[in-house]
Design a protein around this ligand. Structure first.
Ligand code: HEM
Length: 412
């Protein structure tokens, strides 16, 4: 059993294994084997992070879910023992705080201001618009030269166009905001690079919110500007929130589109089944299975214990850092039989790819509709879609806090 240390004190780092985060080259869809071993042999144990701290790593599905829903667990990134993912993410969290790293009631107050836009009913109403966007991008690809980089031609534009329309951000600025977002989800960025990218995005969002204050339009930034005018939100809080929604709204889904396509191309039997299906139910189920199988937000949910918590035979002391590994949790055989197999018929709605508990992904209804439209359209309209290079030439985001591919050369 793992050593239990006093609150806030780290066990000698030499006795603790490094956190096995990146997906291994040559095994692009699976979490590192070391995480499987921990799940089997030491499901709640210490790991060493980049800064030498040794938080708890939780790897079993049941424990991950239980702790994500536990009110004794905090998301407050200003806590001195918050287990930051990298120097860059630590800097970004310091510079721009949003409700994703706050606890209730602060978290609930801010999240409530934007929930209506992402509610299931609202998002379902967008389905025809999303279908039009997807069809238009496919038309353009089919009319242009090949091979294409599917990331640039399709995976990035789909969610970027949608989130821009929802927020009221001009899509013409996509090169600017995509390049800066990319820095902020790169584990290997330096703190200086992260600081500069955060500042550029905050200045940009602040300018847009300034415009919406004088010329409101029918979009979410205008709603936030209205809250600023009413004194319910500071202008800085509005810019921070706008930045979170802009980044989360396109980076994650774009990776699911490109990496999901690659995973399907590597599993032609599954792809054929998906292509043949007209029924929205199996398509929705395939989306859930790809979310589970790929778990692109793969670097563990970061938390701090507020009180002592007894779980799985260990005591996590108040003030200790905790990493909840939702990627390996989604490969736990106790929750998903034969978990390393991609099986689009398994219907794994209970997965934790969107997290769980009060911080469960706000944008999940939107991500689901976008992915359902993409997965039900792309492979049917381009049935001969295939990779234009060998798998070992694909640049995977091994250095990303969100997993995916930097490019996906494809032809048909
Ligand atoms: C496939 C796509 C997506 C995946 C896999 C994903 C994953 C996640 C995960 C794992 C969390 C939990 C964070 C935590 O517990 O610390 C989260 C939270 C969040 N996501 Fe997503 N997300 C996706 C798409 C989106 C989209 C399209 C938006 C739209 C703006 C969005 C906005 C957010 C926000 C605002 C939070 C913070 C919620 C809170 O703290 O209350 N996400 N997401």
């Amino acid at each position: 059993m793992s050593t239990i240390s006093a609150p806030g004190t780290d066990v000698p780092p030499a006795a603790v294994p490094d956190y096995p985060m990146p997906r291994a080259a040559g095994c692009p869809f699976d979490p590192p084997p070391a995480l499987h071993t921990l799940q089997e042999q030491a499901p709640i144990s210490r790991v060493r992070l980049w800064d030498g701290t040794t938080p708890w790593l939780v790897t079993r599905y049941e424990d991950v879910r239980a702790l994500l829903a536990d009110p004794r667990i905090s998301s407050d990134s200003t806590h001195p023992h918050y287990p930051h993912q990298s120097p860059a993410t630590k800097e970004r969290r310091r510079q721009s705080r949003t409700f994703i790293t706050m606890d209730d009631p602060e978290h609930a107050r801010l999240r409530r201001m934007v929930t209506a836009t992402f509610a299931i009913k609202q998002v379902e109403a967008l389905r025809p618009t999303i279908q039009k966007i997807v069809d238009g991008l496919i038309d353009a690809m089919l009319a242009g030269p090949k091979p294409v980089d599917l990331v640039q031609a399709f995976a990035l534009p789909v969610p970027s166009l949608v989130i821009c329309a929802l927020l009221g951000v001009p899509y013409a600025d996509h090169d600017f905001f995509q390049a800066n977002s990319r820095i902020l989800v790169k584990r290997t960025a330096t703190p200086e690079q992260a600081r500069a990218a955060t500042q550029r995005l905050l200045d940009y969002l602040d300018r847009l919110i300034g415009d919406k204050l004088t010329h409101p339009t029918d979009d979410l930034l205008s709603t936030l500007a209205e809250r600023v005018r009413a004194g319910e939100l500071s202008r800085r809080e509005a810019a921070d929130m706008g930045m979170l929604l802009l980044i989360a709204g396109h980076e994650t889904t774009a990776n699911m589109i490109a990496l999901g396509t690659l995973a399907l191309l590597q599993h032609p039997d599954q792809l054929a089944r998906l292509r043949e299906s007209d029924d929205p139910k199996p398509i929705a189920s395939a989306v859930e299975e790809l979310l589970r199988y790929l778990t692109i937000v793969h670097s563990g949910r970061r938390r701090v214990a507020r009180e002592d918590i007894d779980i799985g035979g260990v005591t996590i002391r108040a003030g200790e850092g905790v990493v909840l590994a939702n990627d390996i949790g989604n490969r736990d055989p106790a929750a998903f039989p034969d978990p390393d197999r991609l099986d689009i018929d398994r219907n794994p709605r209970h997965h934790v790819a969107f997290g769980f508990g009060v911080h469960q992904c706000l944008g999940q209804p939107l991500a689901r509709v976008e992915l359902q439209v993409v997965y039900s359209t792309l492979y049917r309209r381009i049935p001969t879609l295939r990779l234009a290079v060998a798998l070992d030439r694909i640049p995977f985001k091994h250095d990303g806090t969100v997993y995916g591919v930097y490019a996906l050369p494809a032809t048909w």
